[in-house]
Design a protein around this ligand. Structure first.
Ligand code: CA
Length: 405
């Protein structure tokens, strides 16, 4: 009871503080020595090829940030989502910033304000999409929602919710997925985890009758009678009895982050259970294996599981190396020459960063990445700026740019 009161008081103070600071311009300029971060090579990384990089703080002071995105055609402006429900903008050069919106989220475990995607024609239509969890009718629900920004620039404005695209009930507070990304086909890809707890107790991963444990593909430009979206007629399971037609790929445990490579392939980091973290492709109709397989190994049953019809990841690592993969982005900028054209990703718990060649992933059974080191950060998301240069978002509150050493 005492603990509960203290917690309540603490949250009340934070709420007051947030209300007060909203009245004034906010500052997210980097704190401390920007050169203080040092990467080290440990474990299997010792034997891998190394790429020396520097992590330069460009902003700090965010509260449990989950998502970083650069605003299209406004190259000095980036957006950060905080798990606790605030959407913020900041100036990448000066650190000036402010609030754009406060979303009424639930925040236990892995829930909160989790994902954002700008519409491919955001510059003209000012539409963007958020993925967050909220309490509704006594249940926890993941909601994908369309929002609108007013006339440019985005900075210094407030943004507004327009309509709900879709919602799904979440049986547990973990593995809620949360990411959003538009494909080169203009469709919105929505990744949902298996619903949570552990080991997929509802067997959602292999069940085509639920959105949980799936990658969905929907058309948000042509809503049907539901008002939220329509199902593209070329989705893989539209003619499969009892299958949800929105499904693009199945067998996912928690696709926390994913991205499209410049060649159009969808690359997913799928968080593992007790043993293996994985990165792989999710092409049309692919079954990525969960919970039959964890990485390239049997999970259910523990031996002699089926492998046919399942797509294994092109990279996996054991929990001796890290405990929660954060899918990344294909770097297109030239700021770090050794990174250009490569897929950058990391581990949220271990603070390790890697880069690998997706061209090699297409032909080889397993690809070995280049190690970028273990850093004192919690890589929760990756992002590219307008030049295609890479940033890592530290869940402890900082935005870090990858630079040549
Ligand atoms: Ca898998």
């Amino acid at each position: 009871m005492v603990v509960a009161l203290v917690v309540t008081a603490l949250f009340s103070c934070q709420a007051l503080l947030r209300t007060a600071t909203k009245l004034y311009p906010q500052r997210y300029a980097p704190q401390g020595d920007p050169g203080a971060l040092v990467g080290t090579f440990l474990g299997a990384d010792v034997e891998r090829a190394h790429l020396a990089v520097k992590l330069t703080r460009v902003a700090s002071g965010f509260e449990q940030p989950t998502t970083l995105a650069f605003v299209p055609a406004e190259p000095d402006t980036a957006v950060v989502l905080e798990k606790t429900g605030t959407m913020k903008w900041f100036d990448v050069k000066t650190g000036d910033g402010g609030d754009l919106a406060t979303v009424p989220v639930t925040t236990p475990s892995e829930q909160g304000l989790l994902g954002l995607a700008f519409h491919p024609r955001f510059v003209e239509n000012r539409r963007f999409f958020l993925n967050y969890t909220l309490a509704k009718d006594g249940k926890d629900v993941s909601r994908v929602e369309e929002w609108t920004a007013g006339p440019p620039p985005l900075r210094g404005k407030t943004v507004k919710a327009v309509r709900v695209v879709l919602e799904v009930e979440q049986p547990y507070a973990n593995h809620n997925g949360g990411h959003l990304a538009f494909g080169p086909d203009g469709m919105l890809f929505i990744g949902f985890g298996d619903g949570g707890f552990a080991a997929d107790p509802h067997l959602a991963g292999q069940d085509l009758g639920t959105w949980l444990g799936k990658m969905l593909r929907v058309d948000v430009d042509r809503a049907d009678a539901t008002g939220g979206y329509s199902v593209p007629t070329d989705n893989p399971f539209v003619a499969t009895p009892n299958a949800r037609p929105e499904i693009w790929a199945l067998g996912l445990r928690n696709p926390w982050r994913y991205a499209f490579a410049p060649d159009g392939r969808l690359v997913v980091g799928d968080v593992g259970q007790d043993a293996w973290e994985e990165v792989g492709f999710a092409a049309r109709g692919d079954n990525l294996g969960w919970n039959v397989r964890e990485g390239r190994h049997c999970f259910r049953p523990a031996e002699g599981c089926r492998a046919e019809g399942l797509r294994d990841p092109f990279f996996e690592y054991g929990h001796d190396e890290g405990q929660s993969v954060t899918g990344g982005v294909v770097v297109t900028g030239a700021r770090v020459p050794g990174l250009m054209g490569r897929y950058l990703f990391g581990d949220f718990i271990a603070g390790k960063l890697w880069a690998l060649d997706l061209g090699a992933a297409a032909s080889a059974a397993l690809v070995q990445p280049t190690a970028l080191g273990k850093w004192p950060v919690l890589p929760v998301s990756f992002a590219l700026d307008e030049a295609g240069d890479a940033y890592v978002l530290d869940f402890a509150g900082a935005v870090l740019r990858l630079d040549a050493p």
